[in-house]
Design a protein around this ligand. Sequence first.
Ligand code: ZN
Length: 502
Amino acid sequence: MSSQEDGDDTLDELLKDRARIEELPDNDEDEDGRPPFPGKHLKPKRKKNLPVWMSSATLSLFHEDDQTPSTEALAKTAAECLPYLTLEDTQGLPLNSHGLPHLRRKPHADFLRSCLGDLPAPYAAMDASRPWLFYWCIAGQSFLNEDVSSYKDRLIETVRPLQNPSGGFGGGHGQYSHCACTYATILALAAVDGLEVVDRKAMWHWLGQVKQPNGGFRMAANAEQDIRGAYCALTILTLLNLPLTLPPDSPARLTGNLDLFTDDLGTWISSCQSYEGGIAGAPGNEVHGAYAFCALACLCILDAPSRSIPAYLDVPLLTRWLASMQTTPEGGFAGRPNKLVDACYSHWVGACFALLEAARPPEEDTQEQHAIALTGQGLWNKAALVRYLLTCAQQPGKKGGMRDKPSARPDGYHTCYSLSGLSAAQHRYWYDGQRETEDEGGEESGRRLLAAFRWRGERGTAEEMRGLGVDEGDVVALVHPVFVLRFEAVEGARKRFAGGGL
Ligand SMILES: [Zn+2]
């Protein structure tokens, strides 16, 4: 037991020992002029220029006495990340002008390139997910401003045998078509402007088979129904400009009496929001950050975010849930409550905020609020996410690539979504309502869902970039908040199929 004379006694220990509250003395202030906080269990070495959420006083606020497997794992992860977050250990990485590691552009691009070549034997488990590797590694390179056009012919020839005559893409030749594989294939093809290989008419028929009478979508014919299916299907329909009318043999039409792919979809998404505010894969299931992104992005395809999001979701409740997914002390995001920080949620949760911020009524959408959102004083702490990604998620050494957390290995999935999350922090996004008027009466009007094409984005100001602790070389490309592709790729798909038809 600590003695009272010990100057490092914590209030926690005093409380345990004496079961009464000790008031902190008025004149006992630390060097920063702030009153001391109790606790010393997470005390990094005092370093100058650390942001306030990295100060020992703040870190010590988050202390759990009750040990459970969850709290032990959380403490282990915090201990694993702290030396990097506080820059006690910079892993030999070159530092930028703010003292943070630079984004390792070339090693990350090399890593993504290498994942498109021969892979080690354990990747056999990914056989049914091959299109995901194409998307993560090609789109990820494009987020680093690498030219990916040279992949076009190779990608088209690789995915051609994955396309089924009855529509959609499987994970490999002879595999059933699946919404996730088809989504990843379409995005990868869009990234290289190679969508001509898609049989759009067959795709329309196949999507008609996965649309359900209750308004939702299955992941494949006779497979589970969940919110990933809804987001994937709407993305495919919109990028390819397929007719919104359901095919005659769609179960949604035959037994649900529905007419359009969009019928009853908002209501079905609404039923996935739980009492906690988060979004589940299907009604009554556990909520998860990635499903929140699917729900928000799907609603942003249906209509302007200020109309579609508040119409179907409890926005304050969802906002609170999403904000609570940013972890302390790491500053990244977890996918579920009491789970560990993981860099892939930089996208799945981090990208939700641009969509949510656009859900405000247009009259509230002032420049001042944009500025607040960018400097990290809004719904989430962007600087904290950037710090986590640059200090903890980058693989040091020759190999490159980004990883879930320091103890994990880098992979294409975490590299792609870390870069996308970095983009969400470095840019501001808004829905350009002005384009609604311009689109009226245009060629695509009345046929295509155009809302998701009306998003705009721009990099923060130099001052805002300083606030995030990034130099010019650490800034990634502007990633579309709904389609998770470069804006140029989205625009290319819009123009290619502007005429519609099958
Ligand atoms: Zn992950």
